[in-house]
Design a protein around this ligand. Structure first.
Ligand code: FMN
Length: 187
């Protein structure tokens, strides 16, 4: 296996971080890798917002948890409570990716590709990561979405797309077991 394939095979979702923040040098390298992602018609209808601000991360986490607790279906909330009660698993840093869905429908696909670039670049640098769609819960009630969009510096017309948590793992994990039955060759 070459280095790229090794990185892909070793990426896993971290759910237990310590408080050490990755260096700016690494965060810049990860952000650069993010914006090298392909996008439909090269629209690049995204932003890459690197957040190290503890207060902002904590505020989004508590608003997200409040929203989950207020939902009629409590299964997601209960699952998180059973596994440490932390939406962001103690991650000291995250990259938030807002997208412009109004002007450009495939932006969500582009956002996913960009987030995978973040995850793989981070893995290659020994930085644990979590693709975290649940950060969107902080925007879901609408009560604080404007405030968070402002604090994060979303441009007009942009809304939360996805996020990737970054940091260092307290406990490392193995990646999921890939199901090779899903691969089909037609000769
Ligand atoms: C778009 C997307 C959103 C995700 N959102 C979350 C999330 O909010 N919280 C979480 O713990 N994991 C999240 N995950 C991680 C998946 O649960 C994880 O990738 C899957 O269980 C496979 O495990 P692995 O990444 O360790 O191989 C997300 C993954 C993707 C692709």
């Amino acid at each position: 296996m070459n280095e790229t394939l090794k990185t892909i095979a070793s990426r896993y979702t971290c759910r237990d971080y310590n408080s050490k923040i990755p260096s700016d040098e690494f965060l810049k390298a990860i952000a650069e890798a993010a914006i090298q992602a392909p996008s439909g018609m090269n629209r690049q209808a995204w932003r890459v917002i690197v957040v190290k601000n503890k207060d902002l991360i904590q505020d989004m986490e508590s608003e997200g948890m409040n929203y989950l607790a207020s939902m009629e279906d409590k299964s997601l909330y209960n699952k998180i409570m059973e596994h440490g009660s932390r939406l962001f698993y103690g991650a000291p840093c995250m990259i938030v990716v807002p997208i412009n869905l109004v002007q450009y429908a495939p932006a969500l696909v582009d956002c996913g590709i960009l987030c995978q670039n973040i995850a793989l670049a981070a893995t290659s640098l020994g930085i644990a990561n979590t693709m975290c769609g649940l950060t969107g819960m902080a925007f879901a009630s609408g009560l604080r979405s404007e405030e968070f969009s402002k604090r994060l510096g979303f441009p007009d017309g942009y809304a939360f797309g996805c996020s990737v948590l970054l940091g260092y793992a307290n406990t490392a994990k193995l990646p999921h077991n890939p199901d090779r039955d899903k691969i089909i060759f037609i000769e």
